[in-house]
Write a protein that binds this ligand. Structure first.
Ligand SMILES: Cc1cc2nc3c(=O)[nH]c(=O)nc-3n(C[C@H](O)[C@H](O)[C@H](O)COP(=O)(O)OP(=O)(O)OC[C@H]3O[C@@H](n4cnc5c(N)ncnc54)[C@H](O)[C@@H]3O)c2cc1C
Length: 410
């Protein structure tokens, strides 16, 4: 009888795993089970080109339908898996169907974190994680004139930029002292605030939304300091929670996500996990991390397929990410967590192009490059090779990037 791989979740990690399995020679069954009705699609455009109407669903599909048919991959869409029976090696769908597996892959990703305040369930209050969310937001944008965004992380800021570009009056409320506080240096937060303000977004920091009420057709967002903001629509973007419940019920090891080894195997060697849901060790940073990033989901999908196909390759990729807001393309290589020094290369106060190099002591740990692809590529390579950078030289745009690498002395 043919061997079978079942992949739960049908998004970035799943789309890569199933195709890599075939490319690596897997000739058994491959079934992808996903609870969304749509074929796997690129999620990043949801808050960017798809929201602003420049791309359609067909434009953002990771692969066209024929590619899965050609590769003999069975797509079960609109189907949710409710439990895993490790003893019998089956998964049980919510429709009551038990499907046998030889190898199981959990690519269940993450879901939005809900804001625990009254009114977040009202009409015209939105979250943004999937195509259905964005289609609902787009329908409202057609008639809305004002929007309040709650949350000044990347998704909140990208959404603010998209709605502003479509002509809405946008106010963004951030609970922390500065936008992007969790992920960037203060200089970057100041820069992004300046650009949003220049583009007409009203950004208010250090302010906590405490309830949303309906006032006729309008919504009122009230804050803990008793301010009130009226809007036709509200979009909340305050982060995500990994979908670990299936793994938890199956008693797999859990950290801040499903724990996996360098080959993306969970504590059950026949069950793998990949993507946003994993808690994995990164040798470059010598720490366990959970990443919310497409490159990580794709890379881990390849690692899973390689291991199942008997050609194991340990995961040791450098994390990277991007964000598009207005005319700004931010590319991030590495993890800036724990930085104690930031060197800015370029004019962060007056221009829209520069790079921020992050250091922990003398160790170069990450770069944020805004409209500066050369800095991104250089930083990515330097981080991958573990190169040391000269802080004084890198700060000066006149110095060629390569000349900023400190040569090891023999
Ligand atoms: C608006 C937005 C913008 C983003 N922008 C960027 C960006 O610019 N750059 C970047 O690198 N990353 C970005 N990200 C993050 C990126 O989209 C995620 O890292 C990526 O989607 C992770 O892929 P995944 O396959 O691990 O999981 P997910 O994309 O979360 O997919 C998991 C899938 O599994 C399904 N599922 C869960 N449980 C079950 C079950 N029991 N049964 C069946 N199906 C199940 C879920 O419904 C979902 O469809 C963005 C995310 C969002 C929402």
């Amino acid at each position: 009888m043919s061997k079978s791989v079942i992949i739960i979740g049908a998004s970035h990690a799943a789309a890569q795993t199933c195709v890599s399995l075939r490319q690596g020679g897997w000739d058994g069954d491959v079934t992808v089970i996903g609870d969304e009705e749509v074929l796997p699609y690129h999620r990043p455009p949801l808050s960017k080109d798809f929201l602003s109407g420049q791309k359609t669903i067909d434009d953002i599909l990771i692969r066209p339908e024929w590619a899965y048919i050609d590769a003999n991959i069975t797509m079960r869409l609109g189907v949710r898996v409710g439990s895993i029976n490790r003893a019998e090696k089956t998964v049980l769908t919510d429709e009551g169907e038990a499907l046998p597996y030889d190898k199981l892959v959990l690519t269940t990703g993450a879901r939005i974190r809900r804001l625990p305040i009254d009114g977040q369930e009202l009409n015209n209050v939105f979250y943004l994680r999937d195509t259905a969310d964005v289609l609902a937001i787009k329908a409202k944008v057609k008639t809305a004139q004002t929007a309040v965004i709650i949350g000044g992380g990347y998704i909140g800021l990208e959404t603010a930029a998209s709605l502003r570009k479509q002509g809405l009056d946008v106010t963004l409320l951030e609970a922390m002292p500065r936008i992007l506080q969790r992920v960037t240096a203060p200089q970057l937060s100041t820069f992004y605030k300046r650009i949003h303000v220049e583009e007409g977004v009203n950004i208010i920091e250090n302010i906590m939304a405490s309830k949303i009420t309906q006032d006729g057709k309008a919504l009122q967002v009230t804050t803990a300091c008793e301010q009130s903001f009226s809007a036709d629509m509200v979009v909340i973007g305050i982060g995500v929670i990994p979908n670990i419940e299936l793994a938890e019920m199956a008693r797999l090891a859990i950290g801040n996500g499903i724990e996996v080894n360098p080959f993306c195997q969970t504590s059950d060697p026949d069950i793998y996990a990949a993507g946003d849901v994993t808690w994995h060790y990164n040798p470059i940073y010598d720490s366990h991390i959970r990443l919310e990033s497409v490159p990580n989901a794709t890379e881990q999908g390849k690692i899973v397929a390689a291991h199942i196909n008997g050609a194991p390759k340990p995961h040791n990729a450098l994390p990277w990410f991007w964000s598009d807001q207005f005319d700004l393309k931010l590319q991030i290589a590495g993890l800036s967590t724990g930085f104690d020094d930031v060197i800015i290369r370029g004019d962060i106060d007056g221009s829209r192009s520069f790079a921020a190099y992050y250091f922990e002591g003398e160790k170069f740990i990450a770069v944020d490059a805004v409209n500066a692809p050369r800095d991104f590529m250089f930083g990515k390579l330097a981080l991958t090779k573990g190169a040391a950078l000269d802080k004084v030289r890198i700060a000066n745009l006149d110095n060629d990037l390569k000349s900023c690498i400190i040569k090891p002395s023999n």
